[in-house]
Design a binder for this molecule. Structure first.
Ligand code: HEC
Length: 223
């Protein structure tokens, strides 16, 4: 019994010693760990991440360009010039929308607004559209800060395709902007288009807002 007790005692003593060492070891480790995290420099922007950002930007520009081309945005949003072979997009006014201060085309507005004709009218350059919804003008999609989308946030652009609404107005985006098709684009595709559009040449051109069918402009106007 005594021997047994003595053995137990030694064992207990060893175990205690072991525990103490373990504890000291753990404390040391955590102190070292704490020191380590203090000394370690805060992660800062390295030139590598700048490079990665540039690669991502270039990728977005390329993809956005392709989507804008495939989406046919220029068909309506770029004024055209007349050539002997017909009309072609004016490169100097690429995506700048309906050219401001033009005279509205002569049309039977009152009848159109009253729905007496099922026809939709548009100018040869497709920047002005007239139908039961009133008169709509293709917007300036260049990054001009005053008249284009230069000051827009990405959210504002993307929401147009998600909600179909103008920013800051209750107004729905009206025909013929093909939102039904474009709303199928994913978030990252829309982001790429926005990033690309910010790189085209800015063109100052103040496109008027949509004129609703009840506008006084059409009162008594029959052509
Ligand atoms: C068939 C003609 C047509 C096509 C194609 C078209 N748009 Fe439009 N877009 C319009 C018209 C017209 C308006 C003005 C609508 C209004 O006043 O409610 C407009 C409005 C917009 C607006 C809203 C601007 C604002 O001030 O709120 C954006 C953004 C836009 N278009 C982007 C695009 C993009 C990007 C594409 C190509 C992917 C495209 N559009 C293709 C005719 C078109």
């Amino acid at each position: 019994m005594r021997l047994h007790g003595a053995v137990m005692g030694k064992n207990n003593h060893d175990a205690l010693l072991y525990c103490r060492r373990l504890l000291i070891g753990l404390v040391l480790l955590s102190v070292l760990g704490a020191c380590g995290s203090k000394v370690e420099p805060a992660p800062k922007k390295t030139s590598k991440s700048d490079e990665q950002e540039e690669v991502y930007r270039k990728y977005n520009i390329e993809r956005g360009k392709r989507l804008v081309e495939l989406g046919g945005c220029s068909q309506c949003h770029t004024p055209k010039i007349r050539t002997t072979l017909g009309y072609k997009p004016d490169k100097d006014r690429f995506l700048s929308g309906y050219t401001q201060d033009q005279r509205l085309p002569d049309l039977p507005y009152v009848e159109i607004m009253a729905g007496e004709t099922e026809k939709t009218f548009y100018t040869t350059d497709a920047t002005v559209w007239v139908g039961r919804w009133g008169v709509s003008f293709a917007a300036n999609l260049t990054p001009d800060p005053e008249t284009g989308i230069g000051n827009w946030t990405e959210d504002r652009f993307i929401n147009i395709f998600r909600e179909g609404k103008h920013f800051g107005q209750d107004g729905q985006i009206v025909s013929p902007m093909p939102l039904g098709v474009y709303s199928q684009l994913g978030f990252f595709e829309l982001r790429s288009m926005f990033i690309y559009l910010q790189t085209v040449t800015p063109v100052p051109n103040n496109v008027p807002a949509h004129i609703p069918p009840w506008d006084e402009l059409f009162e008594g106007r029959d052509s």
